[in-house]
Structures are given as structure tokens and as C-alpha cells.
Design a protein around this ligand. Sequence first.
Ligand code: 0PR
Length: 393
Amino acid sequence: MVFEEQGTDERTVIEKLNLFLEEDTTYFSGHPIASMSTTPHRLGAKVFCRTMERSAARLHTVKGSVRVEQEVIEIVADLMNLKEPYGTTSSGGTESNILAMLAMRETRKKIRKPEIIVPKTIHSSIDKAAWILGIKLIKTGIDRQYKASTRQIEKRITKNVVGIIATAGTTYLGQIDPIDEIGKIADEKNIPLHVDAAFGGFVIPFLNDLGLGNHSFDFKVNGVTSISIDPHKMGLAPIPAGCLVFRSKRDLNAITSKTLYLPGASSRQSSILGTRPAASILAAWAIMNHLGRSGYREIVAGCMERTRLAKGRVEGNPVLELVIDPVMNILAIKSREVPLKAIVAEMETRGWRMATSPLPPSLRLVIMPHVTTGALNAFFNDLNQVSTTIPAD
Ligand code: 0PR
């Protein structure tokens, strides 16, 4: 491909682009069965298109958008049971986790060789953050339900530890670490505790409301000092929309840098990105205002109903089984006899976009709002056929 001297007419360009786009799966097809994003809510899509050109980094020129960003942080913090939050929006869970770890490192600058304790089920963005920030991760074990072992975390605390991270809604299984137990230790030892609720943040509060769980994972737990939560996952916002909420102003200050050539408010920024879209944040605000808690509760209820359906279909299959009873709308399926690789390859030829997890080796399903009952039934009809016709290992 070269950069042509002369441009091409609009219609031809779109036709050419469409050829590429045809190779993508779309949420409308129901086929991405393991995606943590989904079709954005239509109001969010509308707001996004209207405000695409705004940069949330131009704080002195987009004053209204900045106020909306602050409200997004406040709304999300309210959902996480914190009344006076300090935070920033971000491009998603990865950026939020990097910033949370930066705050841990910066507020304990005297520690020359910083270490953070993480259960081995943490998301790979935390490995990436450790790599970027020069932090050593101490990986700790999990119990039979794939939840962090609090005892192991406690045992690994040394004078070099600048923080602990736990997950509320693990990527592979949707499991929730015992945040209240870990929080107690963090509080006692005065070590920051970051909760990665990038996925679970928009699910767990509604599970609790619906009587489908009783999980304490947020700022109600004393030791929790920060939480990542992503509107662009179960918040139904367009990508990129993440949030990082701190309990203390000191942590926000620790990730705030000065760019002196930028005027006024723009000279102080708390994100990694420079120019960054305001549109997805404005869209998240609109969706959260429009749906309210009851709207999200209904969406989570629907996802959980379809999760139960999926669970039933796995239980009816002679060669497959669930790794754990689903805690939220994520299922991990392991195969007793048939190699997973062969199942994945055959399902891919049938048009399904599959995801596998290494811990333990399993197929991962994420029952997002776009994964309809029809799509699920079609998926399991294929999965049953495929898994029972491939020869055993
Ligand atoms: N924390 C947790 C617990 C996550 O699950 C994820 C993403 C992140 C942080 C990072 O969030 P961002 O991707 O917004 O930075 N988890 C999914 C994953 O990496 C996202 C995903 C899922 C991407 C399925 C693609 C896909 O096909 O697996």
C-alpha cells in the first residue's frame, strides 16, 4: 500500500473499506461470545458522534466536558460507595491499572525496589504496568475456587511492598477475590489495596441488589484505596472509557503531572494519554444518567438469566464441564476428554470467535448484552456437535 498522490472518490473508498470490514465479526451477529465490550447503548453512540472532536486533555477549552468528566467519576464512585472521590477517566482498565500502580510507587518513593503483591489470576495489564513502571510483582496462590489466598498475601508482605492488588471479576472466570479479608490486612499494615473491577464494577453491585450475591468489594471495605471500573465493558459505553477512583487526594496528586507549555488547567493532567477523546466519557455520562441503577440492574438480570441458560447447556453436555459455578456473566468451560484446541479450531470454522484461558485451560464465554438467547442456543448446538464428534485425546 502506498500513499497515493491523487485521492479517490468517497464511494470507492467506502466500498474498499467495506471489504475489510466484512472480515470483522460484529456484535449484531452475536458471534463474539467472549468479548468484554458490547454494542454501545444508542444514546451513547449518538453523543459520541456529536462530540468526536473534543479532547479531554484540553481542560481549559472544554470546560463543560471537564465538568462532565468529574460527574462521571462521582457517579461511578457513588456506585462504589464513596462520597468524596478523587480520580480520572482513562482509556480503559489497562491505563487505570497502570495509574493505580504508579500512585502506589510514587506515594512510597523511599522504597527503592518496589514490589506489589498480586494473586496469579490478575489481568495481564498488571504485568504490563509492572514492566513499564519497573515494579516487581509478587504472585500469590489461589484456592480451589480460583480466589486469592489471603494467607499467602499476608505471608509475602515485606518492607519493599508498596501495594496489593485484587480483582473483582477476574478475566478468565469472573471470580471475586475475598476483598474484605485482604482489605483488613492492607488496613492493618497500612498498605494500599487496589481493586481491579474493570469488568465486575458494573455487575457486582447489581448482583447484590438482585439477590444473586452478597459481595463486599468496594470502598465500603476500609482497606480499599483505589478501584478501576470500565464504562466501556458492562457500562455499555463506546470505547475508550475507563475510570480510576481513589479514596484519597494524595493518590490523585501522585499521578498528576505538569505540562508547563499548556495553559491554565490543561497544564495539570492525571492520565497517561495526552490528547484523548472526551466523546466516550460524555457518552458514558449520558448512558449512566439515562439508564440509572434500575436500567443497569435489568441488563445484569438479563445477562445472568442467559448465563443460567448457558450453564444448563454445559451441564447437559457429556464431555464438557464448568470450572466454577458462574459468579457473574462469565463462564469457563473445560473439556474432560476432547482437546480444547480441536474444539476451538472447529468452532472457528463455523464462524464463532472463540477465546481460551490458560488458568485453568478452558473456553471462556462472556454473556454480554449482545449475546442473545438465540445466539447462545446456536452456539451450544454447534459446541455440542463439535465436542461429541471430535475423537478423545
Ligand atoms: N482488568 C480486567 C479484569 C480485565 O478483564 C481487562 C480486560 C482489563 C483490566 C483491561 O481492560 P482494557 O482492555 O479496557 O484495557 N479484559 C479482556 C481481556 O484482555 C478484554 C478483552 C476481552 C479483550 C475479550 C478482547 C477480547 O476478545 O481479555
